[in-house]
Design a protein around this ligand. Structure first.
Ligand code: SF4
Length: 494
């Protein structure tokens, strides 16, 4: 059997980092982990080809070669999915689809032959069994069960063109113990945190190491510290030991809930293991909105101080912010700007509230007759899929003001300064690997220091760094390139 695995293209968005990639001669930020994991579950005798459209264009002869095309996609890749389906139909190649987009919205794709939905550890073997027994496979394979991750194989990392990616990625756990009402993670993966055994995580790190990967590794978990006890007492000590033994070949980036700040021992262990940054869902500094969306872990705490605690421990913090809650008033826009600026969160993703399918928020909006369409999954396209309480035009104007007030060159460079004041640079050995992008840094100085309209603020920042924080020069240069991407995505460069 010949299988073509296709990963659809991402549009230009906050997380695509499209405008950073040319500086460092990369084509995509992260590889399609779900698809290469599914690939590793296919029979060893099958021939497999992988095409990530973010890296390689799709050619007709690849589709003609294949008996089946496998697609995995998220909401944000919808547009590319439609094009892939069209190409496959043209060549009459059967499609098997899975991943979050199809698990939530398979009914919108009548052209697709087979759906392997939810988690592939359960549904893919059923499809394969039917196929090998000579039966015509069912159209839909679904399950309400959540599998143990001990059945998950090491992903087929060898199918990737490593040099084209900024990060490699691994998954350690699925599920989240919290229940934020706008979040689809718990609908898709459950409230119980399921972790891979520590030996399996080490095996994946070893696989990347053996393929000669050196550099950043994204741990894609939605909440890496969902099971704090195991992470702190088993996983991290083993990862740290491995990292020391292998002379810190990787740096780790991940996503955690804000209560990471409450556990100094855990924080220090993460830093000593090589964790460089974490994304935290802050959402809003408004207590009523946190109450409304059931973000209990963020309530009744000094959120600003929590962010600073993580930064002081030696990890950079990126964050998600939302406006459009029912309880939001016009003062929320300035409150968000003030919080983001004071926190020194350089990569602050601010979005309008949306209700993805099957979430608690979706159900509430449906009951209140406020739904208007499906969520796009793109946090930067200014869309909402329900009628907000605040006048939509006021909400949109306030949202755009936040974006301007945090991403225009002056406030953005000020925020880098704030970040570097808060952040304590850890002394672990991985830092030296940052110098491999030196050519990219030179290019960034030429563009941001001489061409970009924010060049005056750029030089002011560089002078400040060289005088006050020379040890942070590389971090600052990386942040300035992020800023170039964000200003481009938000249309603030003209
Ligand atoms: S903490 Fe994050 S992953 Fe967990 S439910 Fe809330 S938004 Fe979703």
């Amino acid at each position: 059997m010949k299988v073509l695995l296709i990963y659809p293209k991402y549009p230009d968005s906050f997380w695509s980092f499209t405008h950073v990639l040319p500086f460092i001669k990369k084509k995509a930020a992260v590889p399609p982990l779900g698809l290469i994991t599914v690939s590793a579950m296919l029979p060893a005798t099958w021939q497999k080809k992988m095409i990530d459209l973010n890296v390689t264009p799709l050619q007709s002869f690849d589709i003609i070669w294949a008996d089946y095309v496998f697609i995995s996609a998220m909401y944000i890749q919808k547009e590319s999915v439609i094009k892939i389906i069209g190409e496959c139909q043209k060549h009459e190649t059967k499609i098997v689809a899975g991943g979050p987009l199809f698990t939530q919205e398979y009914m919108d794709y009548p052209q697709i032959d087979h759906f392997v939905l939810n988690e592939a550890e359960i549904t893919l073997p059923l499809f394969l069994e039917d196929l090998s027994s000579g039966k015509t496979p069912e159209r839909i394979y679904q399950t309400k069960e959540f599998p143990s991750l001990n059945r998950t194989p090491v992903p087929d990392y060898h199918l990737l063109s490593q040099k084209d990616y900024v990060f490699m990625n691994i998954q350690v756990s699925r599920g989240c113990p919290y229940s934020c009402d706008f979040c689809e993670i718990t609908t898709l993966l459950g409230n119980k945190v399921r972790m891979k055994e520590t030996r399996m995580v080490l095996k994946e790190m070893e696989a990347l190491y053996d393929l000669n990967w050196r550099g950043p590794v994204l741990i894609v978990d939605d909440n890496f510290i969902g099971n704090k006890h195991v992470v702190k007492n088993e996983l991290l000590p083993a990862m740290k030991k491995w990292m020391v033994a292998h002379k810190y070949p990787f740096t780790f980036n991940t996503e955690t809930s804000i209560n990471l700040a409450d556990d100094e021992e855990l924080l220090n262990l993460m830093v000593e293991t090589g964790f460089k940054s974490t994304f935290v869902g802050i959402e809003t500094p408004e207590e009523m909105a946190l109450q409304e969306c059931n973000k209990n872990q963020n309530k009744n705490r000094d959120l600003l101080e929590s962010v600073k605690t993580i930064q002081r421990a030696g990890m950079q913090v990126s964050g998600g912010f939302i406006v459009g809650f029912d309880s939001d008033t016009p003062s929320v826009f300035q409150r968000q700007v003030d919080f983001i600026q004071q926190s020194g969160i350089v990569s602050a993703m601010v979005g309008l509230l949306n209700a993805p399918k099957n979430t608690q928020l979706y159900k509430r909006m449906e009951a209140e007759n406020r739904l208007t369409k499906n969520a796009t999954g793109n946090n930067t396209d200014s869309s909402m899929n329900f009628i907000p309480k605040m006048n939509y035009h006021d909400l949109l104007a306030g949202y755009h003001k936040i974006i301007h007030d945090i991403y225009d060159a002056k406030p953005f460079y000020n925020r880098i300064r704030q970040c570097l004041i808060n952040y304590r640079k850890p002394g672990v050995a991985y830092r030296k690997k940052e110098y491999k992008y030196v050519k990219g840094f030179v290019k960034s100085v030429l563009i941001l220091g001489f061409v970009d309209k924010g060049r005056l603020e750029y030089w002011k920042l560089l002078m400040w760094i060289l005088i006050k924080k020379p040890q942070h020069l590389i971090d600052a240069l990386v942040f300035t390139v992020y800023g170039y991407h964000f200003r481009t995505v938000y249309g603030l460069r003209t």
